[in-house]
Design a protein around this ligand. Structure first.
Ligand SMILES: [Ca+2]
Ligand SMILES: [Ca+2]
Ligand SMILES: [Ca+2]
Length: 209
């Protein structure tokens, strides 16, 4: 009698091997990329740390020769924070010195958001008002002045942005109407301010005798 061989289910090894192999390969690639990224960022941190240590050793050295070494070190830290516009450096200081450092960074970076890191509550608004004024002048933007809380600072901000040469004419008028120099209070150099000349009916572009 002829018995049929039972139908054997054949396992498709080839596709399984291909898919499995690709999966393993993908996992290996992902793990090594992640590892590389982590090494990179820890490299950066390590570099920054060793730089800080070198700096503080240099500072230690330089400051040991002055009458007040502590003050010297504090100032050195602040100077480096301002130069790098980096509020993290201020974290190495304590109390008022730290707050003062934050204020200085906010100013050097013209970034009012750094003022929020100040712990002395009465300094926070003073800091942000001052920095907002600087920012308004840099950006020549009156709407930045409007964010200032103190009314005196706000109006002096508006004045400085609209009339930076304090000649009584705002820059828009100078450029569009009188054709005078918005950054020069006395365009024709005759000793009378542009605004005064307009007010008294003289020509701010012609020297008056
Ligand atoms: Ca002006
Ligand atoms: Ca002018
Ligand atoms: Ca003049």
């Amino acid at each position: 009698m002829d018995f049929d061989q039972p139908n054997q289910t054949r396992i498709p090894w080839k596709p399984i091997l291909i898919i499995g192999g690709s999966l393993v390969l993908a996992i290996v690639i992902i793990v090594s990329v992640l590892g590389l990224v982590r090494t990179r960022s820890s490299d950066v941190i390590q570099k920054k740390l060793s730089q800080l240590i070198t700096n503080s050793e240099n500072t230690e050295d330089a400051c040991s020769k002055v009458p007040n070494p502590e003050l010297c070190k504090t100032q050195a830290l602040k100077d480096s924070a301002y130069a790098e516009k980096n509020s993290k450096t201020c974290d190495l200081l304590d109390g008022l010195q730290k707050d003062d450092c934050m204020w200085g960074v906010a100013k050097s970076a013209t970034d009012p958001s750094v003022c929020a890191l100040i712990k002395t509550s009465e300094w926070i608004n003073l800091c942000s008002d001052g920095v907002l004024k600087d920012l308004a002048i840099v950006k020549n933007d009156l709407s930045v002045c409007d964010k200032i809380l103190n009314n005196d600072v706000k109006s002096s901000c508006r004045e400085e942005v609209s009339d930076p040469d304090f000649d009584g004419l705002d820059s828009k008028q100078e450029l569009e109407v009188y054709k005078t120099d918005p950054n020069k209070s006395d365009t024709d150099g005759d000793g009378y301010k542009d605004g005064e000349e307009i007010k008294t009916g003289h020509d701010p572009l012609k020297k008056d005798k």
